[in-house]
Design a protein around this ligand. Structure first.
Ligand SMILES: [Fe+2]
Ligand SMILES: [Fe+2]
Length: 167
């Protein structure tokens, strides 16, 4: 049976291509307007349908276990703050995506896109690293393999439930 931290970290592995896609979109700002339109739309879809349901799933299932084990809400509060910021940036990308779908890019929109893409990429990388180091290590040490497997399954079900609301 896979250890708990491997299961949880593997989930993050699925989202690593989003970080590479953000980098490609950042490279298109100012050089390829039609490519950027497609990249921004694809990116928003991956975030809204993939990453955000994963974050909500974690909040509903993994963080309560983490609070119970540690007897503290410190780590889950910090992680939930990141999740809220990820959701806010995803919404901001959505607004920018629809504005560039209808009109030509101006310098202000380009600057906003550059900032949002940069913030998203930095936040995703930092958040994954912290979640893996802080939360998953504790869960791995404290849960039995069976408890860990059940928690991962519950998290996946919660994420799938959220995803089904969008699709
Ligand atoms: Fe996560
Ligand atoms: Fe998370």
């Amino acid at each position: 049976m896979e250890p708990a931290d491997k299961d949880l970290s593997e989930k993050h592995g699925e989202f690593v291509p989003i970080i590479a896609a953000i980098e490609r979109a950042e490279a298109s700002v100012g050089v390829g307007e039609s490519a950027l339109r497609v990249q921004a739309a694809d990116l928003h879809e991956s975030l809204a349908h993939g990453l955000i349901p994963h974050a909500i799933g974690e909040g509903r299932t993994v963080f309560p276990v983490l609070r119970r084990i540690t007897g503290s809400d410190q780590a889950s509060t910090a992680m939930n703050r990141d999740h809220k910021e990820l959701a806010r940036l995803t919404d901001e990308l959505d607004r920018l995506r629809s504005s560039i779908a209808e009109a030509r890019l101006d310098a202000t929109t380009e600057r906003s896109l550059t900032r949002v893409l940069h913030e998203l990429r930095e936040l995703m990388a930092r958040h994954f690293a912290e979640e893996e180091q802080v939360c998953f290590q504790v869960l791995k040490a404290e849960l039995s393999p069976e408890e860990a497997r059940q928690m991962c399954e519950t998290m996946e079900r919660a994420a799938a439930e959220v995803r089904s609301l969008y699709e």
